[in-house]
Design a protein around this ligand. Structure first.
Ligand SMILES: Cc1ncc(COP(=O)(O)O)c(C=O)c1O
Length: 432
């Protein structure tokens, strides 16, 4: 549904809640300004209502979590909560955990014809990345990590080792081991030649893991050229390096296929998933080939890697329901047809401030630039505020925050797309 606003944005109740949060939350966490944020109260499908009763149209899917719409797994959550809300993940687990691990294998390695996949469940996305990095070390005995500039893998210390967006890493670099090498993420076929020479310069004898987003999300919705993943696969195979795909953002049809790596048909040793896995509960997983995962020793009664909430039954029940809903070829078609329409409308704006429209599926970015071609993060920021004031939830990506991100739930309608593009056309600077 289109937005319906009843108050100024933010409304009085949001402003009141902001005051409280400003007082009691660490000031680095929630961005606060006169025009931001609104406090959410409820959500359904593509809409969010705030505490003042305003209805917003969500073009973020709440960080890419609500691909199938807000509340798509709420019934499973309620049913499970009536039975059991917490188990003993690595001691006395639930059947749900076994079922989820089986399903994760079926949708990944078994589907790709690579045998059984084995999982380590966790809570946040960054924890799945940390499971993968540890697994690579256990398998290879080599501490080095190859990753990509502008890559994003979450902000835990382990995950930060591989993050390429420097602003997240630098403040904490004094507590981070110097184990990573960062490559340039390719945009064109020509860039693959440079990638080859960057790979050649690496001392592979020190490298245990190579981690990559098959399509960069927070780095600015960058789609690599054909042949990219095959090049990485070949280098990893030649050098005994574990290939890790971070599909925390791109997984579960966000890019139009179940996993973004399926666009290139090249598969990893480990794949990290989270976000849309459960449609709204903090649960994530690192899924690996049996060959790589079996490098871990059998648990002697105390796991080397676990956590209190691992395999939480509510999260498992919601993830199983999400996977059931996603087991439908129609989902990919729905994403691709909405994507085609969205991209066409964005391109038809043909506005000089939009340097490029890119991305895949419903993970689309519009890169904003100034007249001299430099990144225009200020314009993106202004547009995000104006969109919020008009009832549309949006975010921006990229190293300079200048890539407007269009990440709606999959069922987004043409009317909703037209509405957002119509607004955008009034917010871009006039060039007369
Ligand atoms: C590709 C990718 N990896 C990892 C993460 C981190 O996930 P989380 O914020 O759940 O720790 C994100 C979050 O945006 C992401 O986009």
């Amino acid at each position: 549904m289109l937005p319906e606003l009843k108050t100024q944005i933010p409304g009085p109740k949001s402003l009141q809640a902001s005051e409280k949060l400003r007082r009691y939350e660490c000031q680095n966490i929630t961005y606060m300004a006169d025009d931001w944020p609104v406090f959410w109260q409820r959500a359904a499908e593509r809409n969010v209502w705030d505490v003042d009763g305003n209805r917003f149209l969500d073009f973020t899917s709440a960080f890419g979590v609500a691909g199938m719409g807000h509340g798509s797994t709420a019934d499973a959550m309620v049913a499970q909560a009536g039975q059991l809300v917490h188990g003993m993940g690595d001691v006395h687990p639930t059947e749900l955990k076994a079922q989820l691990c089986e399903q994760l294998s079926k949708i990944s390695y078994e589907r790709w014809g690579l045998g059984i996949g084995k999982s380590i469940l966790s809570n946040s996305g960054f924890e799945a990345v940390e499971s993968a990095l540890k697994t690579a070390l256990v398998k290879t005995g080599k501490a080095g990590i190859v990753s990509f500039k502008n890559g994003y893998h979450g902000l835990g210390y382990g995950a930060l080792l591989s993050v390429g967006l420097a602003r997240f890493k630098e403040p904490f670099s004094s507590q981070l081991a110097e184990v990573s090498v960062q490559l340039t993420f390719p945009r064109t076929a020509d860039d693959l030649t440079q990638l080859a020479s960057e790979l050649e310069k690496i001392d592979a004898s020190q490298m245990g893991a190579l981690i990559v987003e098959p399509i960069q999300g927070r780095g600015g919705k960058v789609v690599p050229p054909a042949g990219f993943l095959a090049q990485l696969r070949a280098w990893c195979d030649a050098n005994g390096v574990v290939l890790i795909y971070d599909e925390i953002y791109t997984g579960f049809y966000r890019t139009g296929k179940l996993f973004a790596c399926e666009w290139q048909g090249v598969f990893p040793d480990l794949i990290c998933v989270g976000k849309a896995l459960s449609g709204g509960y903090p649960i994530s997983a690192c899924i690996g080939t049996a060959e790589v995962m079996d490098a871990w020793p059998v648990s002697p009664g105390e796991a080397l890697h676990t956590s209190t909430f691992l395999g939480n039954p509510v999260g498992c029940a919601m993830a199983l329901e999400a996977l059931r809903q996603l087991d439908d070829d129609g989902v990919g078609e729905m994403v691709l047809s909405a994507s085609e329409y969205l991209v066409k409308q964005l391109e038809q704006l043909a506005h000089p401030s939009i340097k490029e429209v890119r991305g895949r599926g419903l993970m689309i970015g519009a890169e904003l630039v100034q007249a001299d071609g430099s990144p225009d993060g200020a314009l993106a920021g202004k547009i995000l505020s104006e969109m919020l004031a008009a009832g549309v939830l949006m975010l921006a990506d990229g190293d300079d925050g200048n890539v407007l991100a269009f990440v709606p739930p999959f069922s987004v309608t043409h009317e909703e797309i037209d509405f957002v593009i119509g607004l955008l056309s009034t917010m871009l600077p006039s060039h007369d």
